[in-house]
Design a binder for this molecule. Structure first.
Ligand SMILES: [Zn+2]
Length: 466
């Protein structure tokens, strides 16, 4: 058995790991899109790194675009085999991959207008909506904890890992040339997620392909989130009578924030302030999260016994139509507006911020990681003026942050996740999905715990798993 990382081994994006068995059966674990790599992004996404005609199966850990985003490209280039994923991942891929195609088509239209004026060659999107629709027909759902045979030699099962709805670690087992097991962690979630079950332990394995995004840091403790949020809402919306803007990822963070509010409403703590989730993708994602009870943790399962809709209360409104979004932007009434994107760099949140940032009665609440050059990061760093749609905008609104909500395990949780293994019996632990400095620091930590062979695989290099 051999494995080769095509992406996601030298960065936190574009995850794709090819496994090839003794008979040449090729299976790819994830086939994600590279994001945010500047000028390199397009060329890295265009380079397939494998022959789609030789590929036999895709096994997908979860629906995030950096893990699933290039699957339609495989089909566009001749792949005709199955894509195995959990039922939750399948539902989410339907909306996230279509959204990805829509964004690419819109981006290319915009860029091509400029290129045409300059007499340059026109660009094409990586794939279209039609490519996505065609590939979705090949997706097959496999429930958690059920072994599924890929061929006579190789089988896998999905194990819950608490990262997003439908997310899973993939345990692979093969017989030839000798019986062995490997675990691909996917992205590992949290042990005290607001909504999802904790990551589940796995069988003793010989090899581990482990993510390491936060292998060198600890998250803020998640205590007092309700009190924190309530104080911000009271200050901005009740005392100032202003608007509170919350840029949030459509999937995950939006539902967590809405659930926090729903829970406070149930407890009678919520002030009389309307909440708007203004994003068609967030509305659709919420519908899917709501449906997949199998991913709910114990306390959410208990909660829905008394409140069957943890993502809905009478002051909460989901907005899909652009006209309604514009009317909300124009209104002067106090409100909370939750909208994508999480870094405030795209989507409808930009329009709300364009109108609202210069009013001192308003507030912005950042609830997730923002890359250094993003608008969210500039606001967090205290910028007094930012550029939106090419125009300067004064920042007079108050800026708050609540960074305890992360979908990724921190260093302590990664160690906790691996603690189901006897370190000495794991032959090799490969670190993927992390920045180089993080992987090096996490490697030292793992070696101290008794993992004798910890490797950082290089992209394109083939490793033997014997
Ligand atoms: Zn992810």
């Amino acid at each position: 058995m051999k494995f080769k990382s095509i992406g996601g081994s030298d960065s936190v994006t574009g995850s794709a790991h090819l496994v090839i068995d003794e008979d040449g059966f090729e299976c790819i674990l994830d086939y994600g899109m590279f994001q945010g790599l500047g000028n390199e992004t397009l060329s890295r996404n265009q380079h397939l790194g494998l022959n789609p005609h030789r590929l036999n199966a895709v096994v997908l850990s979860h629906a995030h675009i950096d893990h699933s985003g290039r699957i339609p490209l495989l089909f566009k280039n001749g792949y005709k085999g199955p894509v195995y994923c959990t039922p939750g991942t399948l539902d989410l891929c339907r909306i996230l991959l279509l959204d990805s195609a829509h964004i690419q088509e819109a981006d290319v239209r915009y860029v091509n207008k400029i290129r045409k004026r300059r007499g340059q060659d026109l660009l094409k999107p990586l794939y279209s909506v039609t490519d996505v629709e065609r590939s979705l027909k090949y997706f097959k759902s496999v429930p958690y904890n059920n072994w599924f045979s890929l061929n006579a030699n190789l089988k896998f099962k999905f194990i819950e890992n608490g990262h997003i709805t439908g997310s899973a670690a993939v345990e692979l087992q093969w017989q030839s040339p000798a019986p062995k097991r490997m675990l691909y962690t996917g992205d590992i979630g949290r042990y005290h997620d607001l909504l999802l079950k904790a990551p589940q332990p796995f069988n003793a394995v010989d090899f581990i392909l482990c993510e390491s995004t936060y292998g060198d840091r600890l998250h803020e403790p998640a205590s007092n989130m309700e009190a924190q949020l309530l104080k911000i809402v009271n200050d901005v919306c009740v005392t100032n009578k202003g608007k509170l803007f919350i840029p949030a990822f459509s999937l995950g963070r939006t539902q967590e924030i809405v659930f926090l509010m729903d829970r406070m409403k149930t407890k009678g703590l919520w002030p009389d302030v309307p909440v708007f989730v203004d994003s068609p993708l967030s509305s659709n994602a919420t519908e899917i999260v709501r449906r997949h009870h199998e991913c709910f943790n114990g306390s959410l399962t208990e909660y829905i016994q008394t409140d069957p809709d943890p993502f809905g209360f009478n002051q909460l409104h989901y907005i899909t139509e652009r006209a309604d979004s514009k009317a909300l932007s124009d209104s002067a009434a106090p409100a909370i507006i939750i909208s994508a994107s999480g870094m405030a760099d795209a989507g409808r949140i930009k329009h709300h911020l364009f109108k609202g940032l210069s009013a001192a009665i308003n507030g912005v609440l950042i609830v997730g990681y923002c890359s250094p050059s993003s608008l969210g990061a500039k606001l967090l760093n205290g910028a007094t003026q930012v550029k939106l749609f090419g125009e300067p905008v004064e920042v007079k609104a108050l800026v708050f942050s609540m960074m305890s909500l992360s979908a990724h395990a921190d260093a302590r949780e990664l160690i906790q996740y691996l603690s189901c293994q006897e370190a000495a019996t794991v032959k090799t632990l490969y670190l993927v999905h992390g920045e180089d400095t993080v992987k090096t620091s996490f490697k030292t930590r793992l070696q101290a715990l008794g993992y004798s062979d910890v490797q950082i695989p290089q992209p394109g290099v083939t490793y033997t798993l014997n």
